[in-house]
Design a protein around this ligand. Structure first.
Ligand SMILES: *[C@@H]1O[C@H](CO)[C@@H](O)[C@H](O)[C@H]1NC(C)=O
Ligand SMILES: *[C@@H]1O[C@H](CO)[C@@H](O)[C@H](O)[C@H]1NC(C)=O
Ligand SMILES: *[C@@H]1O[C@H](CO)[C@@H](O)[C@H](O)[C@H]1NC(C)=O
Ligand SMILES: *[C@@H]1O[C@H](CO)[C@@H](O)[C@H](O)[C@H]1NC(C)=O
Ligand SMILES: *[C@@H]1O[C@H](CO)[C@@H](O)[C@H](O)[C@H]1NC(C)=O
Length: 541
């Protein structure tokens, strides 16, 4: 009976997907999430492993694939995975963040059903609850092009994923306790590349060949700089956009961001350092991996190359040079024709100012004065089942409010098919990194000082990049244009995990009154229920 039930619910899941996406291929993943010993900085730590691995297994997918990802939670606490930058069209049910999904209870499983669309590029997944990310549980996620769609560079001889970021020796429960206690996190203890400390990882190359490196910053609190000793990097892709193919000696990669570069092994045959160091920090942490030529005549020599010494201006110039290749083919023009994104009139301007208020004697972080606190029921479920009193629309305003801060389960209302200008305003002296789930946006401008309407004259309305995570430099602003083309409840968050956890986030409810499958999928029949959603039904109505 139990078996029949689970079998039947699986069949229902498949039917749902089959209706939605016809004959597109399926890929199945069975993941078991456990604690296990890891030694990334030489000391034993309890890491979050997926099928025994840290980092977790890579998801390799192709445009239009249906991914059936069954996650068994063998931890002794609730768990969720989320998909950084994967749009999940009409399907915020699968986003795997606090506001969309009930956590998978210990000893239980949940099957995510997502279809990847025309976002050919590099992403990662991560555990979204608490400070789980500080224990690992993340992995690479790439979407490849179907063979009918050309990619604007020859196929590389190899394809490597680099998941880099800062790391703490304290475990995630201790780090969470620091934040809960009202303090900020200490400076990290080190940096990791693919779960290893210095020279813990080797990338093999053949002399004369060209390789793709997909680099993501999966850290908690710091921007990084990435470089390869003696080699140039040709930038080719940024979070799903094929970029102008500029050459760089090093790249600044902010929290949550992903880039692809091509590297040709065109140097004398030996070993070279692959280097990651922290950026915009008074103390600089560095870690290295090895680029090993197969016919290598020697090992790495000399000190690893240093990173850029100039600070904001260099980084800002580099950010502006990251642009779209207008002649490279895209998968297809999107429904809004926003390849001409600069010619569409925006329907609304939203200005989002980050701040670091002390509330009730504790360090918090806020957006327009509101510091987000979770409620007892995921917001998406509260919305679907019309359970009142969990959040109210309009609880975060369209502009900075000045003054202190207050706690609130903040949700901003937005209309499907709107086209918004969002200005991130950073009056603090630290770099911010903002991410929006379910969407890609055009980064039209960034500069120092206070934003004003006059800054619109400097926007790049022709060939900027479209991505899902963008930095805002200290005492600076960043402006984006974003088509609201995906109905759902979407997390807008700081990718700095201490800030995110302490309230620098909210949910954007992109709403269509049509109540149609064409706009949004119905609740999955296997959706977990919790809080005040318990006892409701996920059966089709
Ligand atoms: C996964 O969860 C379903 C209920 O959603 C249950 O029927 C099934 O037995 C579970 N599978 C495993 C391997 O525990
Ligand atoms: C998950 O892994 C643990 C530890 O190896 C094992 O005891 C457990 O049976 C596994 N669970 C599943 C559902 O595979
Ligand atoms: C984290 O470390 C503390 C001791 O500092 C320990 O009590 C706790 O159980 C650990 N948590 C995890 C998840 O390993
Ligand atoms: C842009 O893409 C085209 C078409 O694939 C390619 O030939 C060209 O080299 C690219 N140009 C730049 C500057 O990236
Ligand atoms: C945009 O707005 C301007 C001024 O209101 C108007 O003249 C123009 O026709 C609009 N363009 C489009 C494409 O709607």
């Amino acid at each position: 009976m139990g078996e029949c039930k689970s079998f039947c619910s699986l069949i229902l899941v498949f039917l749902l997907v089959a209706c939605a996406s016809g004959e597109d291929p399926y890929r199945f993943f069975n993941w078991n999430v456990t604690y296990g010993d890891i030694y990334p900085l030489g000391v034993k730590q309890q890491g979050i492993l997926i099928n025994g691995q840290f980092p977790g297994p890579q998801i390799d997918s192709v445009t239009n694939d249906n991914l059936i990802i069954s996650v068994f939670n063998s931890l002794d606490e609730p768990f969720l995975l989320s998909w950084n930058g994967i749009q999940q069209r009409r399907n915020s049910w699968q986003d795997g963040v606090y506001g969309t999904n009930c956590p998978i209870p210990p000893g239980k499983n949940f099957t995510y059903v997502l279809q990847v669309k025309d976002q050919i590029g590099s992403y990662f997944y991560f555990p979204s609850l608490g400070l789980h990310k500080a224990a690992g549980g993340y992995g690479g996620f790439q979407i490849a092009s179907r063979s009918v769609i050309p990619v604007p560079f020859p196929p590389p001889a190899g394809d490597y994923t680099i998941l880099a970021g800062d790391w703490y020796k304290q475990n995630h429960t201790d780090l969470k306790a620091i934040l809960d206690g009202g303090s900020d996190l200490p400076f990290p203890d080190g940096l990791l590349i693919n779960g290893r400390g210095s020279n813990g990882y080797t990338f093999n190359v053949d002399q004369g060949k060209t390789y793709r490196f997909r680099i993501s910053n999966v850290g908690l609190t710091t921007s990084i700089n990435f470089r390869i000793q003696g080699h140039k990097m040709l930038l080719v892709e940024v979070e799903g956009t094929h970029s102008l193919q500029n050459t760089y000696d090093s790249l600044d990669i902010h929290l949550g961001q992903s880039y692809s570069v091509l590297v040709t092994a065109d140097q004398p045959a030996q070993e070279y350092y692959i280097v990651v160091s922290t950026r915009f920090t008074s103390q600089v942490l560095t870690t290295t991996s090895i680029l090993h030529y197969s016919n290598s005549a020697g090992s790495v020599s000399g000190p690893p190359p240093g990173g850029p010494t100039t600070q904001i201006d260099w980084s800002l110039e580099q950010a502006r040079s990251v642009r779209r290749n207008l002649t490279a083919s895209g998968p297809r023009p999107n429904p809004q024709g926003s390849y001409h994104y600069g010619m569409i009139n925006t329907t609304r301007t939203i200005r989002l100012a980050n701040s670091a208020p002390i509330i009730n004697g504790k360090q918090r972080y806020a957006v327009n004065g509101v510091s987000f606190i979770p409620a007892d029921t995921p917001l998406k479920l509260a919305d679907y089942f019309k359970i009142s009193g969990i959040f109210s629309l309009g609880s975060v305003s369209d502009g900075p409010t000045g003054g202190g801060g207050y706690l609130q389960t903040s949700v901003m209302a937005a209309d499907f098919r709107g086209y918004v200008e969002i200005v991130f305003e950073n009056a603090e002296d630290t770099v911010q990194s903002w991410h929006i789930d379910g969407h890609s946006f055009f980064v039209v401008g960034m500069d120092g000082g206070q934003w004003s309407a006059a800054n619109r004259l400097s926007y790049n309305l022709r060939d900027t990049i479209s991505r899902s995570t963008v930095q805002v430099y200290p005492n600076s602003w960043t402006a984006i244009y974003m088509p609201l083309d995906n109905v759902g409840m979407w997390n807008v968050r700081s990718e700095n995990w201490a800030r995110q956890y302490l309230g620098q986030q909210f949910y954007l409810r992109v709403y269509s009154p049509a109540n149609s499958w064409r706009d949004e999928y119905p609740i999955p029949t296997n959706a977990l229920l919790c809080g005040r959603a318990l006892g409701h039904s996920t059966r089709p109505q």
